[in-house]
Design a binder for this molecule. Sequence first.
Ligand SMILES: *Cc1c(COP(=O)(O)O)cnc(C)c1O
Length: 465
Amino acid sequence: MPLHSKRDIRDSLLDDVYASTDLAGGLPKYRFPEGEHDPRHVYSLVHDELMLDGNSRQNMATFCSTWLEPEVHALMNECIDKNMVDKDEYPQTAELEARCVHMLADLWNAPHAADTVGCSTTGSSEAAMLGGMALLRRWRARRREAGRPADRPNLVTGPVQVCWHKFARYWDVELREIPMQGERLIMTAEEAVRRCDENTIGVVPTLGVTFTGQFEPVKALSDALDRLQGESGLDIPIHVDGASGAFLAPFCEPDLPWDFRLARVKSINASGHKFGLSPLGVGWILWREQEDLPEELVFRVNYLGGDMPCFALNFSRPGGQIVAQYYNFLRLGREGYAKIHRACYDTAQFLAAGIAEMGPFDILYGGESGGIPCVSWRLKPGANPGFSLFDFADRLRTRGWLVPAYTLPPEREDLAIQRILVRHGTSRDLAALLLADMRRALALLDGHPPSEPLTEAEAGGFRHA
Ligand SMILES: *Cc1c(COP(=O)(O)O)cnc(C)c1O
């Protein structure tokens, strides 16, 4: 090789990343590139582009893990090549998943933990689909057995997360979602039972309602459904959407009966990547007993080697999240989870007290027991402070905080609220910094009120439903 070409190569090897032709010139954004590019250059380009995303730790809207121990990062890296579906190739990963299911059966007080069936999913949404499908199948089988029509199924819920709207639409099930009414922002047992009939495949209470964070009353619902059965013979199962609560109540409110201690609770879903403290991409669903999961929903495949039962909407998916879940269970135990979650509840209450003190806000839920570690509030009814919660949220964004404002679902769309989720990694100190920024934002809004007139909803709902 002639000397001058060697020098060319060496020159380009020593190029500063940002002086390289790739980065100094720019790469295509919407057209498939013809040739290859240097990995260091492309890494810097992608890395820098991600800088424009919000800072997840300041995202007070999300329920999902935004801080993880270094050991979890290490395990995730080690598991980058593990496919959860391939249980023959990665039997130990499959074994860890099975152990997690047993541990959860124990945590959720399954009467015969060893008979409990369940699996990991990509999150609570997939788990909800599987839970809903099992309810639908079981109801159909009962109706057919009784020689009754099985073409108009319905599902009764409180104000639910969007996954249940999806389930209802994808599987053609009528969703009987109890609307909010006045100050009642969650399901009550009476309202749920009123909507039940012979076509009800199940009732879904939520442990940690998305909008306000409150737990719905599973025990009262179960009792009311027992009475309904006594009076009418209708035997309606409960599936608990414990996306958040199923990883909170067992540690922080162990005496609250919401789980398999109630015979009517047939299945439970939870998000491992929320208060299960695992990285994004893991959920769980468990059925009380084998017979609660219709056998025809389980597929057996042999082309990966072995005879593998499989109940999931997808096929290949990463195993690291499940391994990290197992790590967390061993690492933290009941004590560790309780300590972390309690610190979050304390910080939520600290935030609620600080926000209440500011003047314009009414706390709807302040992170006490009976819900998840979050704070939700509204503008004081009747008082118009000259700004909306949406303006307030906008101001907070200038310091990087994402504190969402939104209107409530049907029958209380007139009411705008704001909410902060307190998660692992939201320290007392960070919360104090957020409060200081909230006070600063209020002072600024006071001096410079937004010019647009407020709609009723934005002004916090003067019209009372
Ligand atoms: C987050 C959430 C879901 C959806 O869970 P993913 O894990 O995000 O799929 C469902 N229900 C409730 C109550 C939730 O909070």
